[in-house]
Design a protein around this ligand. Structure first.
Ligand code: GDP
Ligand code: MG
Length: 310
């Protein structure tokens, strides 16, 4: 790589916050950028509980994506933490992406997020702000133009870009713009690191994702997963033990299922995802416990990594 000192050859790096209501496709977008399954994608809202960073590195730049949890009206400590970490992620970043869903159009929930974004934009001079209109694969072209106009009217950003995070349409263009607008900066993380979350946390999220995927409507917000053992055995499979916490006894029997079948299905699906993520063989042991008030138990939330230490 030549280095003649011109601006184009300086290393660029920075934080990009991605804000949007639950289910707009924030995690899918970051995953497309990283081509790696980092944030947990689910059809149910609020599966990404914390600002999981995805880190994109190459020779010229490092982009740290802050994939914020959905912003909603908080009623529990976990809810309050989700909102405050989303807002904080937005305020600390160099660039801001606001994601909306073309299929739903702009909703009241979007407007709440817009007002948080506007406040953040007043507090901070972002190097680039963009509204990403996602899921354009779901809408007919004639509906897109009025939607883009509505977006322009709602928040004033530098760019408004229709994309499909699922098919990848226009996503490379977004990535190119993100790179262009980054400031000069250092390598914040080792170039081979993809996330700041430790493997335990991601493994727990992968288990939780399968619980949500396989147990449909019964338990969306009532599940927490703690990895209690993570043992690498040279030459053998990694042993992972995880406990699934639920709020009610009735949920416990749903998750275990008839003759333990549901838990077995959750276990094998989760094991496949974990093996894919870790790139090695895994023995996964799952346990199920009831903890009635886990969402209100700050200490418990901290232990599971949902609340930052600071
Ligand atoms: P988040 O809550 O904002 O992080 O949303 P996710 O990335 O978890 O996506 C929520 C759901 O929307 C998932 O089922 C995704 O597959 C789906 N999704 C995301 N992007 C697109 C898209 O561009 N088109 C379509 N049709 N679905 C999408
Ligand atoms: Mg997400």
């Amino acid at each position: 790589m030549k280095n003649n000192g011109s601006a184009e050859n300086k290393f660029r790096s920075g934080y990009v916050a991605i804000l949007g209501k639950p289910n707009v496709g924030k995690s899918t977008l970051v995953n497309f950028f990283l081509e790696e399954k980092l944030s947990i994608i689910s059809e149910k809202p609020q599966t990404t509980r914390d600002a999981i960073l995805g880190i994109f590195s190459d020779e010229q730049c490092q982009i740290i994506f802050v994939d914020t949890p959905g912003i909603h009206r908080p009623t529990t400590p976990l809810g309050r933490h989700m909102v405050s970490s989303a807002v904080k992620a937005g305020e600390d970043a160099d660039e801001l992406l606001i994601v909306v869903d073309a299929a739903t159009g702009i909703t009241a929930e979007d407007r709440e997020i817009f007002s948080i974004c506007k406040r953040a934009m007043q507090a901070r001079a972002y190097l680039w702000t963009a509204m990403i209109i996602n899921k354009i694969d779901c809408v007919a072209k004639p509906r897109l133009l009025p939607l883009m106009d509505a977006c322009r009217g709602a928040v004033s950003c530098d760019d408004y870009i229709p994309v499909s995070a699922l098919s990848g349409e226009n996503c490379r263009e977004v990535l190119a713009l993100i790179r262009q607008k980054l400031p000069e900066g250092p390598l914040y993380f080792p170039p081979d690191q993809l996330t700041n979350k430790n493997e335990r946390f991601i493994v727990a999220e992968l288990v939780r994702e399968q619980v949500l995927a396989l147990c449909r409507e019964e338990v969306p917000h009532a599940v927490a997963v703690e990895v209690t053992a993570f043992q690498d055995n040279p030459g053998r499979k990694t042993l992972i033990k995880a406990t699934i916490y639920l709020e009610r006894l009735s949920q416990k029997s749903i998750i275990i299922g008839e003759g333990g079948r549901m838990l077995k299905d959750i276990g094998s699906a989760a094991r496949r995802e974990i093996e894919r993520f870790l790139g090695r063989g895994v023995y996964l042991e799952l346990w199920v416990k009831v903890h009635k008030q886990w969402r209100k138990d700050e200490q418990f939330l901290r232990r599971l990594g949902y609340v930052p230490e600071i």
